[in-house]
Design a protein around this ligand. Sequence first.
Ligand code: DGL
Length: 257
Amino acid sequence: MDNRPIGIMDSGIGGLTVARVLHEKYPKESMVFLGDSLRNPYGERSREEIGRFAEEIKSFLLSKDVKMILIACNTISFNVPPSFTERPVPVVKMSLHITLPEGTKKAGIFATPASIKTHAHKKTLEKRFPEVEWIEVPCEGVAAAIEQGKDENFISALVQKAAKEYHALGIDTGYWACTHYPLVPDAFGKVFPGIPFIDPALPTVETGMAILEKEGRLAEEKGKDEFYFTAGVDHAAPLVHRLFGSVPVEKIKLVGE
Ligand code: DGL
């Protein structure tokens, strides 16, 4: 048994889509969430910057005595060096263990430019589902627009532009390979009416919880949840409160900012 919180990191509010799954499925677990909203979007930054910023977030979460870290960000997950996931505590990347609707033939991987550059999603999914045609769609500006609370039509136009440019308008399944995107399902739904989208939040949380269970470190009693952001919380706080109730949401400064 281990009642210490689970650390969750992202470049902003996107990681809340992973945090909400943890909250719903494992109500005894507590969390410390940090979204580096000041330096968002990570998906349009260099690998070196992403790695450096991620180390700063990790140090912050470790200073909060977390028992595990979930990287609730694809861009961080697939751009950090292997050493990033070495202990002191288990560090879990976004899962690629998704399931697809039966009969999927042509699927779109919607992600940030920095994630697409690694081809991590495509390489793994092509091996697991060789019968499916996988189309990579770097969605420039989409995570930033969501972070800034831009309206659905604005976001939808960006998705439409990316989908057209990368020949993804005829897909039968979509994969949200950026944790910001499941916050705006309707913006994607406008471009792809009736098309199912996969959200890897659940397999990601389950991967982490399986580790804790194996180590006998599931929580038995819920403590407090804490949410931190590095920019103003005017947009983030109402969303956090809607998803998690009246928990503290604070603006903090990271060392390297
Ligand atoms: N939410 C992040 C992801 O899953 C990245 C958003 C960004 O900062 O570009 O990739």
